[in-house]
Design a protein around this ligand. Structure first.
Ligand code: TRP
Ligand code: SF4
Length: 400
């Protein structure tokens, strides 16, 4: 019914690191070749936890967008925009806030988790509780059916599915829907009437998908029906009313296999990152300082790659021949750790080279980035306005 569309957002955290690249960004770059994509900076989401210090958000946004572009996100293929520049997200969020039971929000697992994790901050705010509503507005306003997210965000996407269903249930029906739907059934010839009722029962009571298909075909083919009656019968059949908002699906983004410099997951809060555009000298120094298997105290001590975070980086950057060289050389003390680290350094620098180059053209000409975002904002606004027109009409807020 709607074009397949991918939508994803990222909070503006400033410069991204290679963990983001190997997790999220490579995935976006792949998806942009397969679907129409919308990628946005979730700057309002940053405010849910950073409301006391919002000044850095703007700079963090531009830095992050340059990193997206550096990683190969292509503005000719995907639309890149900033959430707060499409204020329709806020309007939909407000309307959702009217119809969402508090219990739904309190039950979202990240709500309590995050409050505990960020215990130093007062997160007993209205906006923080409403985070999943804002995220639902982000998704549903584009009628996106594919939302790439990490595992931690899946409950939020599921939340948005429930909300879409609730919205369609509450507002997707015209006044007197049941009666009009029954009248429409009456307009079918007697054979079709009986089949339709039978198939509808089989679908609604037993969830029989085949029956749903048959009934849909029957409605499509019935000559005697107006377009409006056909829509009514579809809604009557599926028990949903009209589908104003689309229930999205998620695409699970596999967790990045990129380890940090200490072997833990790469993360800003662990202080173990290499940024996407980190300069060569700093990359070299960071890798050279990485801890290795602690049992290799002297150069002549044999080691075990399984106990060494450098080995994990070889998994990302080295071919089989090189990995073989590491295994043999480490276990026999045939190679030194600095020697072992060199191919990793080379691998990282090789990966970064095209990113540095792309980034440089945007750093030299910041107006390019502003134009890309202005263009994306305009494209997103157009889609958001279309949805909001339907939403307002469904809720009786059109004032025509
Ligand atoms: N909540 C997401 C995160 O913290 C960011 C986000 C906001 C998002 N709105 C979204 C992701 C809509 C996908 C779709 O990572
Ligand atoms: Fe780690 Fe390589 Fe040193 Fe072995 S040789 S301990 S794998 S850095």
């Amino acid at each position: 019914m709607y074009a397949e569309r991918v939508l994803s957002g990222m909070r503006p955290t400033g410069s991204l690191h290679l963990g983001h690249y190997h997790g999220v960004l490579k995935n976006w770059v792949r998806l942009q070749n397969e679907y129409p994509c919308l990628f946005f900076v979730a700057d309002w989401h940053a405010l849910t936890t950073q409301y006391d210090d919002p000044r850095g958000i703007e700079q963090a946004t531009w830095d992050m967008v340059i990193d997206w572009l550096a990683a190969g996100v292509d503005p000719n293929k995907a639309s890149l925009f900033i959430q707060s520049q499409v204020p329709e997200h806020a309007e939909l969020h407000l309307l959702f806030s009217m119809m969402t039971p508090l219990g739904w929000l309190e039950r979202v697992p990240t709500y309590k988790d995050q409050q505990e994790k960020l215990a130093g901050k007062d997160l007993t705010t209205y906006g923080f509780l409403g985070y999943p509503l804002l995220m639902s507005a982000d998704i549903l306003i584009y009628r996106a059916d594919k939302v790439p997210v990490g595992e931690d965000q899946i409950p939020h996407v599921e939340f948005s599915r429930e909300l879409a269903r609730r919205f369609n249930h509450l507002y997707g029906r015209e006044p007197g829907f049941e009666e009009k739907a029954r009248e429409a059934v009456g307009k079918l010839n007697s054979k079709n009437k009986r089949s339709f009722e039978h198939l509808r029962t089989r679908y609604q009571q037993d969830g029989d998908a085949g029956a749903l298909e048959q009934a849909r075909a029957l409605v499509q083919e019935a000559q005697s029906l107006s377009h409006a009656d056909r829509e009514r019968l579809m809604g009557y059949l599926e028990g949903t009313g009209k589908m104003i908002l689309v229930e999205p699906g998620y695409l699970l983004t596999e967790a990045s296999k990129m380890p940090g410099l200490d072997g833990q997951k790469m993360s800003k809060s662990y202080n173990n990152t290499i940024t996407l555009r980190e300069d060569a000298a700093s990359v070299t120094q960071k890798v050279k300082r990485m801890p290795t298997d602690p049992s290799r105290v002297r150069r002549t001590d044999a080691g075990d790659p399984d106990k060494c975070p450098v080995w994990q980086l070889h998994q990302v950057y080295s071919d089989e021949a090189c990995k073989d060289w590491v295994q043999k050389g480490c276990r026999s003390a045939g190679i030194g750790c600095l020697e072992c680290k060199q191919p990793v350094i080379d691998g990282i620098l090789r990966e970064q080279a095209p990113m540095q180059e792309r980034a440089q053209s945007y750093l030299d000409n910041p107006a390019l980035v502003r134009d890309i975002i202005a263009d994306g904002n305009a494209k997103a606004s157009k889609l958001a306005r279309e949805t909001m027109r339907d939403v307002r009409a469904a809720m009786g807020l059109s004032y025509r």
